[in-house]
Design a protein around this ligand. Sequence first.
Ligand code: ATP
Length: 351
Amino acid sequence: AGTSTGTDEVPAIRLRKLTKVFGDTVAVNAVDLDIRHGEFFSMLGPSGSGKTTVLRLIAGFELPTSGTIELEGKDVTAKAPFQRDVNTVFQDYALFPHMSLVDNVAYGLRVRGMPGNQRRERAREALDRVQLGKFVGRKPAQLSGGQRQRVALARALVVEPKVLLLDEPLGALDLKLRQQMQVELKELQRSLGITFIFVTHDQEEALTMSDRIGVFNNGSIEQIGTAHEIYERPGDIFVANFVGTSNIFDAGQAQSVYGRAEPLCIRPERLRVAWAGEPERRAGVTSRSGSVTSFVYVGHATQVRVQLDGGPAVVALVPEKLPGSDAELVNRPVTVSWDDDAVVWLPAHGS
Ligand code: ATP
């Protein structure tokens, strides 16, 4: 998936004013979204922001209160799930415990009336693709969590859907396995060229895997962009806070630094800390004095918390070795500097 949008290209999925109301809860609020062919698109947001409901609407497990869903240019809003060329991988895998892996994977082909030999062959190929070729005769209980996740993937992919929907598919795995599966899933998606729509509340996961991300809040999409755009240019305070760590200056604090009353955000790795307290006097650089309040060593760098004089407390992520022990550095007067082009101005009325 490139970043160009040919205007005449029919998207894989098109949502228009998609809305779902449960009782007095507006779970999804007039969402407009185009997802391109072959794209790895993540829906990222806090619990209850409406991601899963959008996925279930696309799958056809729920019908919208209003709005439309198009799949490859065809309106499928009122179609049953089996009439849509999409398939879903759930977090709990939903495998049949009494069936062997090959029968689990072949199930969708059986429902579609494919003859036995042919469907077992296709199921074996799909299991090979997820590196489970040698386990075809096992039952799900004889597998690890990561292996079960791969079976669920093979089962969803064997019917060759145009779009694969994944609802927090790695949520049940431990961190190491999760990171390994992130890489595998991304490679699989790239080699198959199938459109993936991936729901997660884990911003790091969304940033590492996606071609583009839609950030959800309260049933709406706050921002759509590449990982780089979302991280480097958050569109509002919600996105700046939800994705990564942000130093936010409120309108008054921004006014005192830049003479402009509008909130701003600076990422921790864009701040520099001068331990001897000397300000950087260069054009395009802003410096402020403050004092160190704490440190957190994070392996590749150290997070240094600094209370700016007359300003907010900020977090700087510094890669260099610190010039002393914690005890020597806490309360030490320092200067924090940043390039002015690291500043992202935010609309005053973001949520
Ligand atoms: P999570 O990450 O926790 O899964 P989410 O972003 O996927 O959250 P949804 O599951 O889409 O959020 O829920 C959005 C809102 O709709 C929530 O307030 C939820 O309580 C409500 N909701 C979802 N499904 C139903 C339902 N079947 N009946 C009533 N309310 C529902």
